[in-house]
Design a protein around this ligand. Structure first.
Ligand SMILES: C[S@@+](CC[C@H](N)C(=O)[O-])C[C@H]1O[C@@H](n2cnc3c(N)ncnc32)[C@H](O)[C@@H]1O
Length: 346
């Protein structure tokens, strides 16, 4: 079979299997099997393919029809313009999670949160940018770069994208799953930021809260990549005065309630890691814990940026109604759904 006939066969089978975006899926799977770009597929469509490659391709088509996400079959997903390895151990990074990066950068005065300017803005922009200036000033005063934490890093998409955007930043990325941390670490290496990210296996920010905190100084030599994962107990406690707090904490935590499991698309429910999806019965339970920890670990003027579920704003927004927080802002995603909530630590 040549390239054109193989691709057509894949498209037909995927369409008949009612796979959404079947043309794209057919192309991505064939590009993966042949190790080529899309342009090659269409410029070399008469090239006859090795029968083993055709068989491999059609096998992947069958698995896709059975519900396995394309990204788990190709092992790849783009996020924030960077390429990430994905395996069934990690959530596939979603485009709407890029709003977390936009908001974090906007609050640091380093970027523009595009959705603040549209109808989606639900709280005041001026307060948000003042926060950004303050956090950036604090960072300059520390003179050692920004300190960022990413909680529930999964593939590492938020940690890696922020480290990539902010070359002076050091990042601590936590996850409860050691398998996810292994993928995240490979993604940090792949994108050239492994020297500035520390991967820690723990419950939310628990390992940091307890004082068994790995060093956060920017000294790159202090962050040997090979000792990062599981380094919970590797470094002795340092007195708080020596331990600068974070400027920014970001997280896209699990936020689907067990009671909502039936509402998830089958391929998400059956193929993405349950640990990455579900948080308690209602889905909001993790936010209260995380906000409490962030209160202790953010410096004054620091920012917490959280992704929230489509129906979670009414339950998460009140968690910031305390003396500890100010400048709460909400950013909608492109579908107009409140997707990111951010707040400044007083
Ligand atoms: C929704 S996924 C987000 C992954 C990635 N940050 C992203 O945006 O694609 C949530 C991640 O949190 C991790 N996780 C779940 N419960 C956790 C906990 N209690 N402490 C730390 N990480 C947790 C999961 O293993 C998963 O990798």
């Amino acid at each position: 079979m040549d390239v054109r006939a193989t691709l057509k066969e894949g498209m037909n089978r995927l369409r008949e299997g009612r796979v959404p975006s079947h043309t794209l899926a057919a192309e991505l799977l064939l590009m993966h099997v042949l190790g080529c770009e899309r342009a090659w597929l269409y410029s070399r469509h008469e090239e006859v393919l090795d029968p083993g490659k055709v068989e491999h391709y059609l096998h992947l088509v069958v698995r896709r029809i059975a519900g396995v996400p394309t990204q788990y079959l190709t092992g790849r997903q783009e996020f924030w313009g960077l390429e990430f390895e994905v395996t069934p151990d990690v959530l596939i990074p979603r485009p709407e999670t890029e709003h977390v990066i936009e908001v974090a950068l906007a609050r640091l005065g380093q970027g523009q949160d595009s959705s603040w300017t549209g109808a989606g803005m639900t709280e005041d922009r001026a307060e948000g940018s003042r926060t950004g200036t303050r956090a950036a000033l604090d960072a300059a005063m520390y003179g050692a770069g920004l300190r960022i934490a990413d909680v529930g890093t999964g593939s590492g998409c938020l940690a890696v994208a922020l480290a990539h955007e902010l070359p002076e930043a050091v990042v601590v990325a936590t996850d409860i799953s050691s398998a996810a941390l292994a993928v995240a670490r490979r993604n940090a290496v792949r994108n050239g930021v492994a020297q500035r990210i520390q991967f820690v296996q723990c419950n939310l920010l628990g390992a940091l809260e307890s004082g068994r905190l790995p060093p956060l100084s920017k000294g790159r030599s202090e962050l040997p990549p090979s000792t990062n994962v599981g380094a919970r107990h590797a470094v002795p406690f340092r007195p708080p005065a020596m331990l600068p707090r974070f400027h920014v904490i970001v997280s896209n935590p699990p936020y689907v309630g067990r009671s909502e499991a039936g509402l998830l698309p089958r391929e998400v429910r059956e193929h993405e890691p349950a640990q990455a999806l579900f948080a308690g019965e209602q889905g909001c339970e993790i936010y209260a814990l995380l906000i409490g920890q962030a209160d202790k670990l953010l410096g004054s003027g620091g920012t917490l940026v959280l992704e929230i579920g489509y129906n979670a704003l009414d339950r998460v927004r009140p968690l910031f109604d305390s003396y500890a927080w100010t400048n709460v802002g909400v950013t909608n995603d492109l579908a107009g759904i409140p997707r990111v909530i951010a707040a400044e630590k007083l």
